[in-house]
Write a protein that binds this ligand. Structure first.
Ligand SMILES: [Zn+2]
Length: 292
């Protein structure tokens, strides 16, 4: 539960709300929600503390939320849609923080897709190749000039467009967990939680961990660089395990599925997610292609 500091606030005192003139007792106006101002809050010290809080999430909501997302997937969304919001950061906000952190470490490009990969390793590669060839010919530039411009533009767009993955995946969630009583926004909340998890753990933490393992290999004079270059050997299986872990537990917690239904749906959701990533890359290609 949340820690409480000793509270000297007089909850019985009647106050007039400065915003809506309602008379109430307690820390917040019960009509418009305005917070009672404590004179100490006007000090420069408090003001600076608020700024620090805004940046470091010292109020505990951020660490509590990421811990919940990791330790019991689906619980954050489950609680939030049932009105337990105060202890947590909303999944939407958590996603944007994760997205921001992903921005800070350009080393890990899980969702970015280089021109090389677009032209060679996607289902739609052949088609895209023809478009690129035509553009290069029309512009009278070399392939490497085009590639340089493309990759630079695509990297920043990839991160801005991650929210597209969230929306596409919420559709997959609403199809696989279709129910007349469910609200679409609930699936969207789960999708934000899932993407926050994917960025924070499957992408950032996993990459940092693998880089550390490779560095440790150097200390012990063992060449472990294959971990980073041959992704099929370790990286992809780990991503599969990390993702299925979340989807299975989330399915049980949020959608209250029986274990075997949760297992089947987690697999379907996994394949749905890989499809979503392909569609995202396809959209990313066109957004980059038409703007450079
Ligand atoms: Zn008020």
């Amino acid at each position: 539960m949340m820690k409480k500091r000793t509270d000297v606030f007089d909850y019985g005192q009647q106050r007039t709300c400065p915003t809506c003139s309602n008379i109430f007792s307690g820390k917040f106006c019960n009509r418009c929600g305005e917070k009672v101002i404590d004179q100490r809050e006007r000090s420069i010290r408090h003001f600076l503390a608020e700024i620090v809080n805004a940046f470091t999430f010292l109020d505990g909501k951020f660490p509590r939320s990421i811990k919940t997302v990791l330790v019991s997937p689906g619980k954050l969304s489950f609680d939030v849609v049932r009105g337990i919001k105060i202890p947590y950061m909303k999944p939407v906000s958590l996603f944007f923080v994760a997205n921001f952190l992903y921005f800070l470490f350009p080393l890990f490009e899980a969702f970015n897709t280089s021109l090389n990969s677009q032209l060679k390793y996607q289902q739609y590669s052949e088609w895209v190749q023809q478009l690129v060839d035509r553009k290069i010919e029309n512009r009278g530039i070399t392939f490497s000039e085009f590639e340089l411009r493309y990759n630079e533009s695509s990297t920043s767009k990839a991160k801005l467009m991650l929210v597209v993955v969230v929306f596409l995946f919420s559709i997959v969630l609403s199809v696989i967990n279709f129910s007349r009583n469910a609200y679409y926004a609930d699936h969207l909340t789960v999708s934000f939680e899932f993407m926050a998890y994917t960025l924070l753990f499957t992408t950032i933490s996993l990459s940092v961990l693998l880089v550390l393992v490779v560095r440790l290999g150097v200390i012990f004079e063992t060449d472990l660089t294959w971990i980073l270059y041959d992704e099929k050997l370790l990286l992809l299986p780990l991503i599969f395990v990390f993702t299925l872990y979340f989807l299975y537990r989330m399915q049980v917690k949020f959608y209250t599925s029986k274990w075997w239904i949760a297992a089947v749906k987690a697999l379907l959701l996994f394949f749905g997610f890989t499809l979503v990533v392909t569609v995202y890359r396809f959209i990313l290609f066109f957004v980059t292609f038409w703007t450079i």
